[in-house]
Design a protein around this ligand. Structure first.
Ligand SMILES: *Cc1c(COP(=O)(O)O)cnc(C)c1O
Length: 385
């Protein structure tokens, strides 16, 4: 069988959630973001480790329905709100909470009011504080809030940072000021019970004074860094995903031989080259530059079978060479003693185990860990440990 796998470490997910819990005040609740199938991990595999979260955040109603069908009974928040009046009605049935970021959603909310005991009576009111993606402007939001509160809704004011990963960026202070000023105005003029939520992962780490009533961690739960220049390891986050495959062929090639599509890689010396059963069809990025590497762990032959000493496992860092294909990549095995077909190759996993982190490979692909995690496909087998 072709060997390409995604191993999910439940203990790491629990650990990362606990890292969030440690950073926030006791009264602050956690909306764990599980959009895009839990950042590519598979939400059904992640739910058991997220039981301590107060609610789960998704991008669309289909994702919410899936989570309900998996038995999640606590809150679900549609972070882009509903996309039709029909969906608004269905989201009430499913006891979801919605963001309201636009007038058309206010209209639907006014036309159909959830019962007073329904979770859907709480609305997340989106304020544009400067990201300029979604949300009401500060000058219009008081009127919107008043309409919703008068109709019987409870509100959570929410907004999103544009640059939370760079704490010194001047937009952060601006956004925080607009958010807190607006919150004060709403509490003074509309409803003193209005709650607030501002921080994603980077905000949780960089702006502890802004945790308010709800935080919304995403990427940090999965053990990839939300910050530029600070690794997940330094933040004491553990990678949840290990992306691995195995060696399916080994060849000696001569100096001057080229490898793969476009003959892009040319050996400058005699080399040992390995082919690994993984490619962009599994989610390994085709666009990696020459800096991408994998960890190869040769199978240790048990020569002294009477020995009770555990074998020490040595692994080797091997560069990815040539173009990434749909199903295969080539690697340089020259430095690996006795590589064998079938031995394990880790594409990204745990830097504590000398494996590349997803963030390191994301660097080689000129993107973020977020994108690589979301883009793993359904083809690799998923194993939960
Ligand atoms: C995705 C998302 C988050 C989580 O962001 P991370 O950077 O992954 O922590 C938080 N809030 C909103 C509105 C989001 O869309």
């Amino acid at each position: 069988m072709r060997n390409a796998s995604i191993t999910l470490n439940s203990a790491a997910l629990t650990h990362n959630l606990n890292q969030v819990i440690k950073k926030i005040p006791k009264k602050t609740k956690i909306l764990a973001m599980v959009k895009a199938d839990a950042y590519g991990h598979g939400v059904k595999h992640c739910l058991p480790s997220l039981q301590q979260a107060d609610a789960l955040g998704v991008a669309c109603f289909d994702e919410a329905k899936q989570i309900r069908s998996l038995g999640w009974q606590k809150g679900i928040v549609l972070i882009e709100g509903v996309f039709s009046q029909q969906e608004w009605a269905e989201s009430i049935e499913a006891e979801c909470q919605s963001i309201v970021h636009h007038q058309y959603q206010v209209q639907w909310a006014l036309e159909k009011l959830p019962t007073s005991d329904s979770a859907s009576r709480t609305m997340w009111l989106k304020l544009n504080t400067g990201m300029n993606r979604l949300g009401f402007e500060p000058k219009e939001i008081v009127a919107v809030a008043k309409t919703l509160v008068d109709a019987g809704y409870n509100l959570i004011l929410t907004s999103h940072f544009a640059n939370a990963d760079c704490p010194d960026h001047p937009s952060n202070a601006n956004q925080i000021k607009i958010f807190t000023d607006t919150l004060t105005a709403l509490r003074d003029q509309v409803d003193s019970n209005i709650k607030a939520s501002l921080c994603n992962s980077a905000g949780i780490i960089n702006f502890p004074e802004c945790h308010f009533d709800w935080v919304r961690p995403g990427i940090m739960l999965y053990g990839s860094t939300p910050l530029e220049g600070i690794s997940a390891q330094e933040l004491q986050l553990q990678p949840v995903m290990t992306f691995a495959a195995s060696l399916m062929a080994i060849h000696n090639i001569a100096a001057g031989a080229s490898v793969g599509y476009g003959s892009r890689f040319v050996a400058n010396r005699p080399m040992v080259k390995g082919i690994v059963s993984i490619g962009y069809g599994d989610g390994y990025p085709r666009v990696v530059d020459g800096s991408a590497w994998v960890t190869v762990t040769p199978q240790v032959k048990n020569t002294a079978s009477d020995s009770t000493e555990p074998e020490t496992v040595v692994s080797y860092k091997c560069p990815v060479i040539g173009r990434v294909a749909m199903d295969m990549i080539a690697i340089d095995l020259t430095e690996v003693p006795n590589p064998t077909v079938g031995c394990k190759v880790v594409l990204w996993g745990d830097p504590d185990q000398s494996e590349p982190s997803v963030d390191e490979i994301a660097n080689s692909a000129h993107t973020l860990g977020y994108e690589l995690l979301c883009r793993v496909t359904q083809r690799p087998t998923r194993v939960v440990i």
